[in-house]
Design a protein around this ligand. Structure first.
Ligand code: F6R
Length: 243
C-alpha cells in the first residue's frame, strides 16, 4: 500500500519525515531503523534531535542500520557516511553508538563484509522502518539503474550521474568521489516492514513519477517500491509536480 504526503517545501517534508520516525520510535522503543544519508534526510534529523533535546523522544533502545557506505573511506573521513550519521544525528541524541551500524568502508574482505552486514540485519530481527532518499536516476541506496535487482548487501560501481551529484561534497571534484560503495540490496530494502521514502526538488520529479506510476523495472530501481506492502512517500510539491 502506498500513502503519499504532499508537502509544500523541504522544511515541511522534513517535519513530516521526522514525525513518522518519531511515531515509530515512540510506539516501539526497541525499533530497528534503517537510515539514509545525503541532503534529503538532513532536515528530518534536525527535527528528531530537537524532539530528543526537548525530552519528547528517546533513542536509548533504538538500533540502526545504514543503507550504504563509500568503499575506501575511513569512518572518521568527513565524507564517509559513518561520519555523516555521527555528525548529523547520533552524536546529538541519546542513542548508544554501539547500536548503530554502517558498512565498514575499509573492510579488507568486501564480500565477507556484505554477508556479515546482511547477517547483522537478520540478527537484529530485520528493519522496522527503512528511510530512503532517491537519486536523480531513481536509485535507492546505491542500487543504480541496471538489468536486474540485487538481493542482498553488495559492492556497486557508482553511476556517472551519482558521482557528479555527490561531487558537491568532494570540493566539486569528481575525481575525489569514491567510485564504489557498499549498499544494501533491493532485497534487503524490500524486507523492511515499513518504508518511508523522502523526495525533494523539481529535478527528481520525472524519475519520481516514473517510479510510482510507470512500469516496475530495475532500470529505475525505486519502481520496485510499488510492490512493497507499506510505503509512505513524503515529497514536496516540486518533486510531485509531474504526478
Ligand atoms: C544515501 C543513499 C542515496 C541517497 C540519494 C539521494 O544513503 O542511500 O540513495 O538517498 O542519492 O541523495 P540526496 O538526498 O543527497 O539527494
Amino acid at each position: 500500500m502506498l500513502r503519499i504526503y504532499k508537502k509544500s517545501d523541504y522544511e515541511s517534508m522534513s517535519r513530516q519525515v521526522a514525525n513518522l520516525i518519531a511515531a515509530q520510535v515512540t510506539l516501539k522503543p526497541k525499533s530497528v531503523l534503517g537510515l539514509a544519508t545525503g541532503s534529503t534526510p538532513n532536515g528530518a534529523y534536525k527535527y528528531l534531535i530537537e524532539s530528543c533535546k526537548q525530552g519528547d523522544l528517546s533513542f536509548a533502545e533504538i538500533s540502526t542500520v545504514n543503507l550504504d557506505e563509500y568503499v575506501g573511506l575511513a569512518p572518521d573521513h568527513e565524507q564517509s557516511y559513518r561520519y555523516y550519521m555521527n555528525d548529523n544525528l547520533f552524536n546529538h541524541v541519546d542513542i548508544k553508538l554501539e547500536n548503530t551500524h554502517v558498512p565498514n568502508g575499509l573492510a579488507t574482505h568486501p564480500t565477507q563484509e556484505c554477508l556479515q552486514y546482511e547477517q547483522l540485519i537478520a540478527d537484529l530481527g530485520g528493519v522496522d522502518l527503512q528511510l530512503l532518499g532517491m537519486g536523480h536516476n531513481g536509485h535507492i541506496a546505491f542500487n543504480e539503474p541496471s538489468e536486474s535487482y540485487t538481493k542482498i548487501t553488495n559492492v556497486v560501481d557508482l553511476a556517472e550521474r551519482t558521482i557528479q551529484a555527490n561531487s558537491i561534497y568532494f570540493e566539486n571534484d569528481v575525481n575525489k568521489v569514491p567510485k564504489q560503495a557498499f549498499t544494501m540490496g533491493i532485497g534487503s530494502i524490500m524486507r523492511a516492514r515499513k518504508i518511508v521514502i523522502a523526495v525533494s526538488g523539481a529535478e527528481k520529479a520525472e524519475s519520481l513519477v516514473k517510479a510510482f506510476q510507470g512500469p516496475i523495472t530495475p532500470s529505475l530501481p525505486a519502481s520496485i517500491l510499488q510492490v512493497h506492502h507499506d510505503v509512505v512517500l513524503v515529497a514536496d510539491e516540486a518533486a510531485l509536480s509531474k504526478f
